[in-house]
Design a protein around this ligand. Structure first.
Ligand SMILES: [Zn+2]
Length: 237
């Protein structure tokens, strides 16, 4: 089993979050706590009449909802076969999320300058010196002055097994879907058999186990409801 530890670079600029009732973490199990806190902050903004800022927070909470997440793919020393597996894994990994969320959050673009997420497929990926299936760093941001939100991430995905031979397209699909899950706001899952579980070289995941993303679906729904409220109240610019 490859253990995949995360480097979390999660910077949320802006007002810090009021704690209180409303957005409780338990409802949103498996979701990164800072997103749940932002939902509460957005509700506070709504109550205070700060509708534009509330909308920006909603955009941060639901990356890919009001604007697709642009993904740029690059390869580092990958063979033609590895490139084929990589493209297959990206297409299938993104499709798994489309089916699970009933949304189309991802779009592949042809320029790194326009990308929100850059995925690099390379022969080997290491995390603190240990072989890893993949690796992601991300940054989320709400700008209080321009009322805009951004989610940026870099993902590395391994194309060759640590014990030699190619990573199968199935394994790489799990890997891609897992890292995209972090971009969408999910935490690692300690149990096995879920998309956010550690990669098991002997048991590639074939479909996202839906119970693991109930919390994410609930969060996105709550944020969309808040966004609708904010839009009704936002003066046109
Ligand atoms: Zn992870």
């Amino acid at each position: 089993m490859i253990r995949r530890r995360l480097a979390v670079v999660c910077v949320t600029l802006g007002t810090l979050v009021a704690s209180g009732s409303g957005a409780r973490q338990e409802q949103f199990s498996g979701v990164q706590p800072e997103l749940v806190q932002q939902l509460q902050a957005a509700k506070n903004d709504l109550a205070a009449g700060n509708f534009n800022l509330a909308q920006a927070r909603m955009d941060m909470i639901t990356p890919g909802a009001s604007r697709q997440i642009e993904i740029y793919v690059q390869f580092d020393g990958a063979s033609d076969d590895a490139k084929w597996r990589s493209n297959e894994a990206l297409a299938r990994g993104a499709k798994l999320w489309e089916q699970a969320l009933h949304e189309h959050p991802f779009h592949v673009c042809d320029s790194p300058n326009r990308a929100d997420v850059i995925i690099t497929f390379r022969q080997e990926v290491f995390d603190h010196g240990s072989p890893a299936g993949g690796y992601v760093t991300w940054r989320r941001q709400v700008d209080e002055n321009s009322w805009t939100a951004a989610t940026k991430a870099n993902i590395d995905v391994r194309t060759e097994r640590p014990d030699g031979g190619p990573m199968s397209a199935d394994l790489m699909t799990h890997e891609v879907a897992h890292e995209l899950g972090h971009v969408l706001g999910l935490l690692d899952c300690p149990a096995s058999g879920q998309v956010m579980s550690p990669l098991d070289l002997n048991h590639p995941l074939e479909a996202i186990a839906l119970p693991s993303i109930d919390g994410l679906v609930r969060l996105r729904r709550a944020a969309q409801e808040c966004r609708a409220l904010a839009m009704v109240n936002t003066p046109r610019r």
